[in-house]
Design a protein around this ligand. Structure first.
Ligand code: ZN
Ligand code: ZN
Length: 575
């Protein structure tokens, strides 16, 4: 029987948020069995999470269930929001990974897992890879790292162009210019759907020249020319290899050496050297090597453009860096945009520098020190012209970006669909059609554990922000411990212990009047209410209350599992 040749798109992350990109294409193989191709496995960052490490990944239980039918993971480029979740989610996937040399080099640096390394398949741009029932071609497109790839994904004669992150840059500083010839050829053959980056769709970018990476040489030069004899620091995304190279060129012009500060940035530099995007003759200093050089002889490029706690620039601002210092008169250039949610952290760094009389400079009309790696309206319009798709599916953006991208596609007379995560969308010449949904969401990556961002554990942590009182009731005594409720241990514990002791006596008294006594859970819930009341009356506070009754008010012995599970129904009697 002839089976359906429909291709559908399933989205797990990167829609409704910036980062955490992960989606999959699905179509049937020649036996009519569903097969999946996963595109990008990226991390995100949620500054609001009550955790030290705020790295999030998409929830992919659906894919884990269908792991046997995943043909491969394909990675578009070497940015953390596109490949860095591979080591975190590997135990759920374990399928071959296809990517070009530069992201492959970085992935190998990110993991020690030999199993992941054994599944890496390095491909060259321009060559078609048979991932039957799909055929995939990586097409070079400019971004802020070299080897960003738009993907041509073909099955049963239907073609999808998945752009990944991109912009059109006539002078990207590192790597090749966009392979427009191949994109136009795909357009000539016919493209069913363009699945396209939406990050900058709300803005016009101005002339092609001012959008180019090479254009910021002028802006950075202006600052360096004025800062002779002072230390100059640039902070940018560690993965922005193009910016690193731009800084190197500008430093050279002003007789400074470039010093790379921060582990993640040094790794990117190392990977670039390994795959020949950095000429070893273009010598740079690393970290401590630049610490004791004369003040005006170095341009430092540092991690921490988002004000991340513990990043190089954040530590330098607090004089906590292990070797590099900033002094009055020095300058810090933020050569990056601030991501929504990070403004407060960036501001804190800027204030710490202000106290030290170190100037901070941010991108604005007078300081052309940053260009985006994503496509503005003009670039997207040019992409439509080259690809001429039947329909446009906006991805990679917050809701406002995706919705604006839909409007933009409609204004160009193209069919479109506002897609969210957790949806399976059939891509049809007549338009896109929602054909199902599946559970999705965000998970905090913490050590070896993944916790649902809207799950019980994180909810509990939010609650714990109000402090915790732990009350342990023994046979003849009560012990109270508190966390986050007082700066110095004081009379609180003693007062509360006396209150609990008396309350317990009352409860047991009342229980005595009932033929079966009070049940364990009744004692606990009564005690929680009583302690809550105590905090309300005495301190007008609402901490989390935890009650432990250590006994069967009598003997103490190791509990068995059966006892533990039946604990709620255990009668408690006065001894
Ligand atoms: Zn991205
Ligand atoms: Zn990117």
């Amino acid at each position: 029987m002839e089976h359906s040749k429909e291709i559908s798109l399933l989205t797990f992350g990167g829609l409704g948020e910036i980062g955490m990109n992960l989606c999959a294409y699905k179509c049937k193989d020649e036996h009519g069995k569903n097969k999946y191709l996963v595109i990008d496995v990226g991390i995100g960052f949620d500054a609001t999470l009550p955790a030290q490490n705020k790295i999030i990944v998409p929830k992919i239980d659906f894919l884990e269930k269908h792991r046997q039918d995943i043909i491969a993971i394909v990675i578009t480029h070497a940015h953390d929001d596109h490949y860095a979740a591979i080591p975190i989610l590997w135990h759920k996937l374990k399928v071959p990974i296809y990517l070009t040399p530069f992201p492959a080099e970085l992935l190998m640096k990110k993991t020690d897992n030999p199993e992941i390394k054994a599944h890496i398949n390095i491909v060259q741009q321009g060559i078609e890879v048979d991932l039957s029932p799909f055929k995939v071609r990586f097409i070079n497109i400019t971004h802020s790292v070299p080897e960003s790839s738009a993907l041509s994904i073909e099955a049963y004669g239907q073609r999808i162009v998945h752009t990944g992150d991109w912009k059109l840059d006539p002078d990207p500083v590192v790597g090749q210019v966009t392979d427009e010839k191949s994109l136009i050829e795909l357009g000539d053959k016919g493209v069913l759907a363009l699945v396209c980056d939406s990050t900058n769709i709300l803005e016009y970018g101005g002339s092609a020249e001012t959008r180019s990476e090479a254009s910021i040489v002028k802006g950075l030069s202006k600052i360096l020319a004025a800062e002779k004899g002072n230390r100059v620091f640039v902070t940018s995304f560690s993965s922005n290899l193009a910016r690193m190279k731009t800084c190197f060129e500008v430093a050279k012009k002003y007789n400074r050496s470039l010093c790379i500060v921060g582990r993640s940035m040094m790794k990117v530099h190392e990977a670039a050297e390994a795959v020949s995007y950095w000429n070893p003759a273009d010598h740079v200093l690393l970290d401590a090597e630049g610490a004791n050089e004369p003040r005006g002889s170095i341009l430092y490029i540092c991690t921490g453009s988002q004000g991340e706690i513990g990043s190089s620039i954040e530590k330098i601002a607090r004089d906590k860096h292990h070797c590099i210092r900033a002094e009055a008169g020095d300058v810090v250039i933020f050569s990056a945009r601030s991501i929504t949610g990070n403004e407060k952290a960036i501001n804190a760094v800027s204030n710490n520098f202000a106290v030290k009389k170190v100037k901070t400079i941010f991108p604005d009309a007078n300081h052309h020190i940053h260009v985006s790696g994503h496509p503005y309206k003009e670039d997207v319009a040019r992409m439509y012209e080259m690809i001429r798709p039947e329909l446009v599916i906006p991805v990679h953006g917050e809701a406002k970006h995706l919705l604006a991208h839909c409007d933009f596609a409609r204004s160009k007379k193209l069919k479109t669909y506002y897609l969210e995560s957790g949806v399976e969308l059939a891509l049809l010449p007549t338009g896109a059609k929602k054909i199902g949904t599946f559970p999705c969401g965000k998970q905090l990556s913490e050590g070896t554990e993944l916790l649902d961002v809207d799950g019980r554990a994180i909810q509990e942590r939010h609650k714990l922000a109000s402090g915790l009182a732990m009350v342990t009731i023994y046979h003849n005594s009560v012990k109270v411990d508190t966390l986050g409720l007082q700066d110095n241990p004081g009379p609180l514990e003693k007062d509360l212990e006396a209150f609990v002791y008396d309350t317990m006596a009352d409860l047991l008294e009342r229980g005595h009047e009932q033929p079966s006594g009070l049940l364990y859970h009744q004692v606990v819930s009564n005690m929680v209410k009583a302690v809550q009341g105590w905090f309300k009356d005495k301190q007008n506070r609402k901490p989390v209350i935890r009650i432990n009754i250590m006994k069967k008010l009598g003997t103490t012995r190791r509990r068995t599992n059966t006892e533990e599970t039946s604990e709620d129904n255990r009668p408690i009697r006065p001894s």
